[in-house]
Write a protein that binds this ligand. Structure first.
Ligand code: ZN
Length: 273
């Protein structure tokens, strides 16, 4: 059984802003702008995703009897990720947008450590600016963006497990443009590249390994675009969860302390069968 946790910020969908869960110490003007933007977005999200933005992803994963899916939000106790849940998560999916700063650094540290020990991590869409994504990759994750665009997603690694069942390209009539330069470390593999009608390009599906863990970033999923109803998008996310499943866990994060002399170790080696 693969234990998958979908961590979802939920701020815009809720339509209600808690000052401390937007950004600690936010200015009054910024807070009012966020309130206006959130009210607008909330209505549209409910139109496009009547059961919630994460519902199609949850259902697609639950269709696989090998997956046990838990959904959590920033508004749940312990910011949605109490220690027991994180310690039982094999693959963590992360969607966040306007409350990145509300996720405590201590939790981010535990997430990064769990990835290094073997947990898979899948960052979706605006999670490019989330603390766990930036921390685990050691990069700012910045890129250029524009709302409401046409997008063609090219499959640039057809033999990769994440691209299984995906044609050479497919299109989304409405998705937010994210364009290069995307400030990320060079990916191990670029599984998808996206082209937008403004001519911009993005490395939109990228993989990395960090310690024993696998990381995947996938761009589609703007909250008011219907991308998570697209069967190819859902297939890619399901494929990515299987790909990111831990192959082996690392139990100890410290380096082993070798106290014996090289001579003793050589002698020990000779005695081994
Ligand atoms: Zn967006």
């Amino acid at each position: 059984m693969l234990h998958v946790t979908i961590w979802y910020e939920y701020t815009q969908e809720s339509g209600y802003l808690r000052r401390d869960l937007v950004r600690p110490g936010i200015s009054e003007e910024d807070f009012r702008n966020f309130e206006f933007y959130t009210a607008q977005a909330s209505e549209k999200i409910h139109q496009v995703y009547p059961e919630g933005l994460m519902a199609p992803i949850r259902k697609a994963l639950e269709a696989d009897p090998q997956m046990q899916v838990t959904c959590a939000t920033l508004y749940d106790p312990d910011f949605g990720l109490p220690e027991e849940l994180l310690e039982h998560t094999d693959v963590l999916i992360w969607w966040a947008h306007i409350s990145h700063d509300a996720v405590p650094d201590e939790l981010v540290k535990r997430i990064v450590e769990r990835i290094q020990k073997g947990m898979g991590f899948i960052a979706l869409h605006s999670a490019h600016k989330s603390k766990p994504f930036m921390s685990v990759l050691g990069a700012s994750g910045t890129l250029r963006w524009r709302e409401g665009d046409f997008c063609r997603i090219w499959n640039t690694a057809p033999a990769h497990p994440i691209a299984e069942g995906i044609p050479e390209y497919f299109e989304l009539e409405e998705e937010e443009m994210y364009g290069e330069v995307f400030d990320i470390p060079a990916p191990d593999e670029i599984v998808f590249m996206s082209w937008f009608s403004g001519g911009e390009l993005l490395r939109s599906g990228c993989t990395w390994t960090r310690g024993y863990g696998k990381v995947f970033y996938f761009q589609p999923g703007h909250e008011t675009s219907p991308s998570y109803h697209n069967p190819y998008i859902l297939r890619i996310i399901c494929n990515a969860v299987k790909w990111a499943a831990p192959a082996k866990w690392r139990n100890e994060m410290n380096c082993p302390n070798i106290l014996q002399s090289p001579e003793m170790l050589r002698e020990k080696g000779r005695k081994q069968p």
